[in-house]
Design a protein around this ligand. Structure first.
Ligand code: FES
Length: 100
């Protein structure tokens, strides 16, 4: 398979800080899926962007949403709040470890 294939999604890294846990983060799937596939526990419930159980803090990198009104306000997004269940990585990302 060619790396130039338009059907090969970009692969980034999702890292948690300060723990340093990390997972492969594919551009075509929500961060929550990538974290779980990588064996990283992350809180979740609805998995569709409404309950905010998965709310996290993006420390570095960028994400995009495919739904027009994800359950975070414009102000929260500006402060780095993300909903990993519906957030797709656009770069390597660093997320603050979720509260336990
Ligand atoms: S799991 Fe409900 S908003 Fe992410």
């Amino acid at each position: 398979m060619s790396q130039d294939s338009p059907f090969t999604p970009a692969l980034f890294t999702a890292r948690l800080a300060p723990s340093g846990r990390q997972a492969d983060a594919w551009a075509d799937q929500p961060l929550l899926h990538s974290l779980e596939q990588g064996g990283v526990d992350w809180p979740s419930s609805c998995r569709n962007g409404t309950c905010r159980a998965c709310l996290g803090q993006l420390l570095a990198g960028s994400v995009r949403y495919e739904i027009e009104w994800p359950g975070v306000t414009r102000e929260e997004r500006a402060e780095g709040c993300v909903l990993p269940c519906i957030a797709y990585p656009e770069s390597d990302v660093v997320l603050q470890d979720p509260a336990t």
